[in-house]
Design a protein around this ligand. Structure first.
Ligand code: F0G
Length: 463
């Protein structure tokens, strides 16, 4: 593939200065952060690819919406605007704003899960897994085997492995499976899309066994773009129609709106059947954890911005440019012989750290090694999506060996230019050239019991 960049369908009206540091400064900063990228100050980062979540640039219409925010505690017009946009796009009878995606999980999951119950997903995101466990359940990932071969380019590597799903249901007993979660796109597998056929097949399994299906819909618009581009029969459908069909297969959805909703804070959940008794229970949880149901933890102005962002996020020109950024990075990495989860994902490029450092074992965290090298090389911040992030088995306390060791370059929406992406690729080329000289990884010197990767302290193992 050629490294062709799709030009931005916008121009820039407001700028935010960033600063390049020296290598020596960065070595000091990362040591002070105990080799944890989450401990760095943003001002010490040049290109911040830690996440695409809440880091996007809002449009003039979204900023204008901020001024229209109705901050009434109950019945705000901003709430009505947001829920009417969400119902129009997703087609669910009940839609509830919450402050971010994990709040939706906290409110909804206890209604489906408790001790002894399982959630099966094409892959759980880390907070999703945590909320399954907090509700007392256990999380099982069931992605197609193709996802586990980063260098094999295949479409829809985010799909659920349907035969294995049925086998798991048989082994666990359908009555013990509280929820089947379809994460679109599949973040942990590399932002890989899920096909419409797979949504249809999983939904049929859910109906057959009477198990509710939840769509973890953080990146529904990017997923729809891939369906339109790569799945037979969808080329002439609008993104909005594809989104609507995707949601039609779920019973409930949880959503972090900080991704495809292009806002800095926000989330929601939905229940397809607005008359379901579930709605009353969910509202009660929402009022306890998030706030009254007409704001659910969001300010009126943020609901306004999200109502606009939901429509901007499904614009095809925007999505073509956005996925084009990922394809551009991918094509330049191909030229340099650097491997990644191929094809590129919808929100980022997931570098294959196992291939970069084949001699570093999972328990020395090769993807964390790559993330730290990138920071030291050029002030680029990205994160480990591998064994370091997976943490320890909650039952045995043993380090889990992740199927992947990815360093994720997550690309914020409408923020960085082609030249920024070139800085990233050139830093990676420099690291690849000296990768064989980096012989050992890191050990954890302190870790908290849950979601340890955000706070753990690490120390370089002497060579
Ligand atoms: N589900 C998925 C698939 C996610 O990627 C995230 C967040 C969440 C749920 C939780 O949403 O952050 O709004 O509470 N992912 C971010 C990331 C943090 O960097 O991938 P949240």
């Amino acid at each position: 593939m050629s490294a062709k960049y799709v030009a931005e369908p916008f121009r820039i009206k407001s700028v935010e200065p960033i600063r390049m540091t020296t290598r020596r400064e960065r070595e000091e900063k990362i040591l002070a952060a105990r080799n944890n990228v989450f401990g760095l100050k943003s001002e010490d980062v040049y290109v911040d690819l830690l996440t695409d979540s809440g880091t996007g640039a809002m449009s003039i219409d979204q900023w204008a919406g901020i001024m229209h925010g109705d901050e009434a505690y109950a019945g705000a017009s901003s709430y009505l605007k947001l829920t009417s946009a969400a119902k129009d796009i997703f087609g669910y009878g009940y839609v509830q704003p919450v402050h971010q995606g994990r709040a939706a999980e906290q409110v909804l999951f206890p209604l489906f899960l408790c001790a002894g119950k399982y959630a099966i997903s094409n892959m759980h995101f880390d907070t999703t897994r945590a909320h399954v466990e907090i509700a007392g359940g256990r999380a099982i990932d069931c992605v197609v085997p193709a996802a586990k071969e980063p260098s094999t380019r295949a479409p829809f590597k985010g799909n659920m492995d349907v035969p294995r799903l049925e086998k798991l249901i048989g082994e666990l007993g359908a009555e013990n499976v509280g929820l089947i979660i379809m994460t679109v796109t599949n973040n942990s597998a590399g932002g890989q899309p899920v096909s419409m056929q797979n949504m249809r097949d999983v939904s049929a399994v859910c109906k057959r066994y009477n198990i509710p299906m939840c769509i973890d819909a953080a990146r529904y618009a990017e997923n729809a773009f891939f369906v339109k581009r790569d799945e037979a029969g969808y080329a002439d459908k609008s993104i909005k129609d594809i989104v609507s069909e995707t949601f039609s297969y779920g019973d409930v959805f949880t959503m972090s709106s900080k991704k495809d909703g292009i806002v800095n804070m926000g989330g929601m959940f939905g229940v397809k059947d607005g008359d379901s008794p579930l709605v009353l229970k969910a509202k009660a949880n929402c009022i306890c954890f998030e706030g009254f149901y007409t704001y659910g933890g969001m300010s009126g102005r943020d609901m306004e911005a999200l109502a606009v962002g939901l429509y901007e996020g499904i614009e095809e020109d925007f999505l073509r440019y956005r996925i084009g950024q990922m394809e551009y990075i991918g094509a330049r990495l191909d030229e340099a012989g650097i491997t990644y989860q191929s094809p590129v994902g919808g929100h980022g490029v997931f570098l294959d750290a196992k291939a970069m450092f084949p001699h570093i074992p999972y328990y020395e965290f090769p993807a964390q090694v790559l993330a730290l090298e990138l920071y030291k090389e050029a002030g680029i911040r990205c994160c480990d999506i591998g064994s370091y992030m997976m943490g320890n088995n909650p039952d045995t306390g043993e380090q889990i060996e992740s199927e992947f060791e990815f360093a994720r370059l997550a690309i914020p929406r409408r923020v960085y230019t082609q030249a920024h992406l070139d800085v990233v690729v050139e830093a990676l080329i420099a690291i690849k050239e000296r990768a064989h000289t980096i012989k050992r990884g890191y050990r954890i010197t302190w870790e908290p019991p849950v979601l340890r990767h955000f706070q753990a302290h690490l120390e370089k193992i002497e060579e």
